[in-house]
Design a protein around this ligand. Structure first.
Ligand code: 8YV
Length: 312
């Protein structure tokens, strides 16, 4: 009898095929009566395949008394109730490293799009304005300072790319890292005052909730830019929108939002922002690699072997 797992959200087709072939998969997001499905499968479900977006709440974990492993498709696990998983002795795995390059690429793409107004330039051409109008000059990227909030794997990959574009790097985080030569700040407001671009690449969750608040945005100032490829929860979104609308900061490049897929409408018409629908890791190659790792963690667990990328 195949192991029964609960899947909370859609996966790339090739990943889905493997899941469907290896397990009896119960697709929660397709169920019309989710509570009834959970009740029916609860005595048998031993694994969960989820994602950073779908997560696993306390309620969901507690509804599955036989659950042994939550294998998540994504590096961020702020949407998974880690405390509950730990208390219940449920192993949690994620997909680090395989997405670092693509997320860092997206961070730089948004930085360039925002500062050089690439989406607006594209619209300028497409709407036939070129023959009649002049496209406004933009700000140069090189020579500026990027302050990275969270110099972990992704933050460091962004820093390396940014250095190649001629940017100086500073970083803020819970502690100075001995192996990093970039200037370290233990105070985020102080860093925001000194840098031109605030790059948010820290984990989401309680510890970083609203870390980039009105005071930080204010300290960045009218020439400052914000890029967020981490989690919408890290930013006090109403304060960011207000600062952008009132031109208290120069612009923003945003891949993540507080209430995805809802993006504050006040941002839609601003020509100082570049927006993306949470696609940092969204390439064929990276999503496949994330899926493979998510599958390998499940496979290892049910073969009685150590999982590859354990969170809990
Ligand atoms: C995914 C992400 O899009 O890895 C993460 O933490 O946010 C993204 O790579 C997400 O996990 C899919 O829901």
């Amino acid at each position: 009898m195949a192991v029964e797992i609960l899947q909370t959200t859609a996966m790339p087709p090739a990943v889905q095929k493997v899941l469907d072939g290896a397990y009896t998969v119960h697709k929660l997001w397709e169920a019309t009566d989710k509570a009834a499905l959970l009740k029916e499968i609860a005595p048998r479900v031993r694994g969960m395949a989820t994602s950073g977006g779908a997560g696993a709440s306390r309620e969901l974990i507690e509804a599955l008394p036989k659950l042994e492993i939550i294998s998540s498709f994504g590096v961020g696990y702020d949407s998974i109730d880690i405390g509950c998983a730990r208390d219940r002795g449920v192993t949690v795995t994620n997909t680090p490293d395989v997405l670092t390059d693509c997320v860092a690429d997206t961070a730089m793409a948004l930085t360039l799009a925002m500062m050089r107004r690439i989406p607006q330039a594209d619209q300028f051409v497409r709407t036939g304005r070129w023959p009649k109008d002049k496209f406004p000059l933009t700000d140069k990227l090189g020579g500026r300072i990027m302050g990275i909030v969270g110099a972990g794997r992704i933050g460091q990959a962004i820093a390396k790319r940014a250095e190649a574009f001629g940017l100086q790097i500073a970083y803020f985080g819970p502690r100075k890292k001995a192996d990093l030569s970039w200037r370290y700040y233990d105070n985020l407001v102080a860093m925001a005052k000194d840098v031109d671009i605030l790059m948010i690449s820290c984990p989401g969750g309680k510890e970083t909730n609203q870390l980039v608040n009105a005071a930080v945005i204010d300290a960045l100032g009218a020439d400052g830019y914000i890029v967020n490829i981490a989690r919408g929860s890290v930013v006090e979104e109403p304060a960011l929108v207000k600062a952008l609308v009132e031109k208290k900061i120069a612009g923003a490049g945003l891949d993540v939002f507080a209430d995805e897929p809802n993006v504050p409408e006040a941002l839609w018409s601003l020509d100082t922002v570049a927006l993306a629908p949470h696609v940092g890791s969204g390439t064929h190659e990276t999503r496949q690699a994330m899926g493979d790792l998510m599958l390998k963690n499940l496979e290892a667990w049910f073969a009685g072997k150590p999982v590859l990328t354990k969170v809990v």
